[in-house]
Design a protein around this ligand. Structure first.
Ligand code: SF4
Ligand code: SF4
Length: 386
């Protein structure tokens, strides 16, 4: 991750065309310049040229209200990577001014117990204990073809348990050899890396890589797009070497299992729309596998939203925004729910526990008559029963 000063030339390339405005969810929600790429870049510029007195709280607040969704970058004629610059600003601010309170708690929890909530590490296994009868034996900390890296939110938030429960059941149904890391799984480090604490994120990356090495596992699969993005892109960058682990998102593995004939479906009539998580779609280029999965379930009709794939809009949960500004996060989520409703679909499907949580809260806040589901829930429910 680059130092903020490495972005001086890039920041100077902003021609103030304003093309980013039409693509920025926080600008759409609040309609003011400090909430769009152009405004955020101008604040960084003012920091560089001395119009601002170093790194200031007010600017950090605006940087923390950025979703890091990357939609501005995608639509910026000179290709300015605003989300990378925002991350670098957060790091520079923390070096000069210290860690903001909310992030400080998360950092302490991760250092002490390896997760974002401060839960005892054993609690990572609650979701699996609940369904042991149905799943049968699940390997924990044993050699296997894949390590299933569950992530903090699916492991520790009961409202997200159904995602790992369904995905583990799908892997079992397809006879995939996998092991959980159980209480030894550590946060992937995403909230630290994007929050401005890359050195802390590096420590948790080292711990997770070490665990896989001990077990002799060379493939990791995760249902969380941010964990995926960390393992795939940030880990080599933070560590300074390629850890030699093949990384899969659950949608890639499920699409592969379907093409190999390991998963078979029954007729499941349903009109759905698919929401691309930013870290999975725009950041990682995984657009087709989730759509292939849905299109392979007989009876499922996929209705695309006006903003999809590269131009998809964030759910409101990106960039630690829920932690930093829950009201803005909800506003963005409600806008995305409206876009889903415009398709006429009865279900909005995503492939990310954070998207599910944020969108579900948004739908509840606006009393929208649309169900929010994770793709693992749709797949498991549609599996043909022997
Ligand atoms: S689209 Fe890019 S160049 Fe144009 S105003 Fe936005 S950040 Fe600046
Ligand atoms: S990364 Fe997303 S929220 Fe942040 S400025 Fe760009 S479009 Fe707006």
């Amino acid at each position: 991750m680059k130092d903020i000063n490495a972005y001086k030339d890039m920041v100077a390339k902003c021609v103030r065309c304003g093309f980013c405005q039409a693509h920025c969810p926080t600008y759409k929600a609040l309609g003011a310049e400090p909430f769009v790429a152009r405004g955020r870049l101008e604040m960084v510029n003012a920091t560089f040229d001395g119009r601002l007195d170093g790194y200031v709280d007010g600017v950090m607040k605006r940087m923390n209200q950025c979703l890091l969704c990357g939609n501005c970058t995608q639509n910026c004629p000179p290709g300015i990577e605003t989300e990378k610059i925002v991350e670098a600003y957060r790091t520079a601010y923390i070096k000069e001014k210290g860690i903001p309170d909310v992030l400080s708690s998360v950092k302490t929890f991760i250092a002490d117990v390896g997760n974002i909530t401060g839960d005892a590490p054993d609690n990572r296994m609650l979701w699996v204990n609940n369904i042991q009868d149905k799943l049968g034996d699940v390997k924990i900390n044993e050699p296997a073809e894949y390590a299933y890296f569950v992530g903090c939110v699916p492991s520790l938030y009961p409202s997200a348990y159904s995602i790992p429960q369904n995905f583990a059941a799908i892997l079992k149904a397809a006879n995939v050899s996998f092991s959980l890391l159980g209480k030894e799984e550590k946060c992937c480090g995403y909230p630290l890396a994007v929050g401005g604490l890359p050195e802390e994120a590096k420590k948790t990356a080292e711990s997770n890589i070490q665990k896989l090495k001990q077990l002799g596992i060379k493939k990791v699969v995760t249902g969380c797009p941010s964990c995926y993005h960390m393992w795939k892109d940030y880990y080599p960058e933070l560590l300074g070497y390629d850890p030699g682990v093949e990384v899969f998102h659950s949608t890639q593995l499920m699409a592969q299992l379907i093409s190999e004939g390991a998963l078979k479906f029954r007729e499941t009539p349903m009109e759905v729309t698919y929401h691309d998580p930013c870290d999975l779609g725009r950041k990682s280029g995984i657009f087709d596998p989730p759509r292939e999965i849905l299109q392979n379930i007989p009876g499922v009709v996929l209705k695309e939203m006006a903003y999809n794939r590269l131009d998809s809009r964030c759910c409101g949960g990106g960039g630690n925004l829920e932690m930093n500004d829950a009201a803005l996060s909800s506003k963005v989520a409600q806008d995305r729910i409206s876009q889903a409703q415009n398709t006429g679909a009865k279900v909005i499907v995503s492939a990310c526990q954070q998207c599910k949580r944020t969108l579900q809260a948004g739908a509840r806040a606006m009393k929208a008559r649309i169900k929010v589901k994770d793709i693992c829930e749709i797949v498991f429910d549609a599996l043909a029963q022997d």
